[in-house]
Design a protein around this ligand. Structure first.
Ligand SMILES: Cc1cc2nc3c(=O)[nH]c(=O)nc-3n(C[C@H](O)[C@H](O)[C@H](O)COP(=O)(O)OP(=O)(O)OC[C@H]3O[C@@H](n4cnc5c(N)ncnc54)[C@H](O)[C@@H]3O)c2cc1C
Length: 252
């Protein structure tokens, strides 16, 4: 699949280090699918679709710095939508997002609400200034906020928000965020693994299942095509929560 050129029509600052880019192209995407975003002359990196015509980017390194330097009217090459996306199941669901992991979950929550599904969300961030899409999630349903520093909501990690909910009420739980957070939530929901869908962050190069750079030990699941959304029971006993591989394939 060749990248399509997309022009940036709007840039929305969400926090000092996170911004949303809206494009002149809209994607018929399943929430949880991603785009390979080609920053010409720099790199091509995976980004979840956060609106049918947008992505939400956290500034971390070279490619995301180059994205932050772009202005309205500039272009990016976009390949996608790629991957499987989340499966919406049941009448009552829980979303658990950490940091910029809230991006695909907001898109998912809106699709769920449209279908009449009851949505509860836990958003975990380091401090209140890191929170994104608060109003978007409030419009979808009940929102529980956790902050590591206690500046808003419950003091603690996203998993601390689980204790104020009856988990058995949810037909499905959806996770996206830092891997230790997702592993912690899965660990606290023992016996519910088949009801948990997690969006996995691995080093994606081709986005087509060819290069094997994102493969998970020992199952060999390729998150770029068979994911990025993987059911928790398929993650048990794998590298998930223990290590991942960098660009050279070396464990980190
Ligand atoms: C399926 C998926 C969806 C993602 N969605 C989002 C999103 O919605 N918003 C967002 O801000 N970030 C998202 N990311 C992470 C994003 O791809 C990285 O933050 C980005 O690639 C960093 O590139 P960089 O050059 O700025 O940083 P670098 O300095 O090159 O790297 C910093 C870190 O970013 C990660 N990274 C770098 N290149 C890649 C790559 N090709 N594939 C995967 N990880 C990489 C690595 O962990 C690396 O250590 C997603 C990742 C995946 C796998």
């Amino acid at each position: 699949m060749r990248p399509k050129n997309a022009e940036i029509v709007e840039i929305v600052p969400e926090t000092p280090t996170v911004r949303t880019l809206r494009f002149d192209l809209a994607f018929d995407a399943v929430p949880g699918q991603y785009l390979m975003v080609w920053v010409r002359g720099v790199d091509e990196v995976p980004m979840s679709i956060s609106y049918k015509d947008g992505i939400t980017v956290q500034l971390v390194g070279e490619a995301t710095r180059a994205i932050f330097d772009l202005e309205v009217g500039d272009g990016l090459g976009l390949r996608g939508p790629l991957g499987n996306g989340f499966s919406l199941l049941g009448d009552s669901i829980l979303l658990v997002g950490g940091g910029v992991g809230a991006a695909p979950l907001a898109f998912l929550g809106e699709a769920a609400k449209e279908r009449g599904i009851e949505v509860t969300t836990i958003l975990g961030v380091r401090c209140c200034g890191d929170l994104i899409f608060r109003e978007r999630f409030r419009r979808i349903g009940e929102l529980v906020i956790t902050t590591d520093d206690g500046s808003l909501g419950i003091c603690g990690r996203a998993s601390a928000g689980l204790s104020c909910l009856n988990l058995q009420e949810f037909h499905q739980i959806y996770l996206c965020g830092p891997e230790p957070m997702m592993a912690d939530v899965i660990g606290r929901c023992r016996g519910m693994e088949t009801k948990i869908q997690a969006s996995i962050d691995r080093y994606f190069k081709c986005g087509m299942g060819i290069c094997g750079s994102c493969s998970i030990d020992p199952s060999g699941i390729r998150p770029c095509v068979e994911g990025p959304v993987i059911r928790a029971d398929e993650l048990v006993g794998t590298e998930f929560g223990r290590y991942k591989r960098g660009p050279s394939g070396r464990k980190k």
